[in-house]
Design a protein around this ligand. Sequence first.
Ligand SMILES: CC(C)(COP(=O)(O)OP(=O)(O)OC[C@H]1O[C@@H](n2cnc3c(N)ncnc32)[C@H](O)[C@@H]1OP(=O)(O)O)[C@@H](O)C(=O)NCCC(=O)NCCS
Length: 409
Amino acid sequence: MREAWIIDAVRSPRGRGKPGVGSLSHIHPQRCMAQVLNGLREKVGFDPADIEDVVAGCGAGSGDHAHDIARMSVLDAGWPISVTGVTLHRFCGSGQQAVNFAATGVMSGQQEAVIGGGVEFMSRYSPLHANGFHANNEHLLKLHPQIPQGISADLIATIEGFSREDCDRYAVESQNRAINSIEKGYFKRALVPIYNEDGTLALDRDEYPRPGTDLAALAGLKPSFQGMGAHHAEDYPASFEGMAMQKYPGVKAINYVHHAGNSSGVVDGASAVLVTSPEYAKAHGLKPRARIRAIATAGTEPLIMLTAPGPAAERVLQKAGMSKHDIDLFEINEAFAAVVLKFMKDLDVPHDRVNIDGGAIALGHPIGATGGMLIGTALDTLERTGKGTALIAMCTGGGMGTATIIERI
Ligand SMILES: CC(C)(COP(=O)(O)OP(=O)(O)OC[C@H]1O[C@@H](n2cnc3c(N)ncnc32)[C@H](O)[C@@H]1OP(=O)(O)O)[C@@H](O)C(=O)NCCC(=O)NCCS
């Protein structure tokens, strides 16, 4: 099998995902993705006509995100009509899966130059997006009851014994690391500023982090998912909390520890990663930044849902013929504090090798875009710190995990 090389990775800034509040929220998601694609083109200097496909993750799939946002963004970018685009859904892992599929196309020898990435404008979510993972399928609801992700995260914290303070400490560190990286300009290399229709700047920096976040500030925040626990899924006899306890009978009460300050931020953004064959890169004078060593997915129990980053990481390490000791840096999506705490516990890796620029608790998690962003951040961080290998993993809805190992060239 031939290698897949990462030539470069870019992203938009993450804007707050509230309509009228976030600095990107008035921009159409296709327009933002198109600007990110053109940002990648300008930075690398490739001919867009050479791109065989743009694979984009997107979690929403309706409204302004509807249908195939990848192809629409390609057209919006003014690229040749010969360039195709495909949109995929693996919940929060969509963007990472998009890069992994781009790599698969290249590794298999079927494609030479593919872009993976994704886009999500959470400011444009409608109540439609809240109709549950079962999508009204009563049979599945009985077979595999699934609950809102925030309650799953609280269930993980309860089972693993992570206290509210453990989660808050993790969140404060995420903020401190992200703010340090912003102040030192570490994210600038990957950032594509996003412009308004009139050509004025909309946003050129991440706007979700909150400088000055400390344990005392977080201690005052109310748990976000406690109220939800008492709700009933339609046509189901138990509440969400009841469903969780039926599945995990050892749990007598859920400890609701997650809130706005230790859960991933609701934001808008887009990402794009150029993956090529070695032959294409050499023929076009493109300098590769990394090779994709291995990719993997893993499935775990879907009610608790967010526990698969560990198994996905184990599997990708096995595929790469590596051990955790061969990995210099881990980028694990901070969907909720307990997710990363569990990952570090499962794999027994210390926090100083995990998310060293902070993560989604401070920066936000624009669902379909995040995977491409994490891969780009891992790449920049490896280069900055002079290290060689990174493992990126994410939890997703439905109880899945995505994983990628990259290695600097
Ligand atoms: C947890 C969640 C529900 C909170 O949403 P929200 O209540 O709209 O959050 P807000 O940003 O309005 O913050 C709520 C409050 O916390 C405060 N707050 C948030 N972060 C804070 C911080 N770091 N320090 C101090 N206060 C903070 C806000 O100022 C706000 O206070 P206010 O109500 O007095 O204005 C939302 O962030 C969420 O759903 N996150 C997870 C998203 C998700 O599921 N993604 C997929 C996961 S895999």
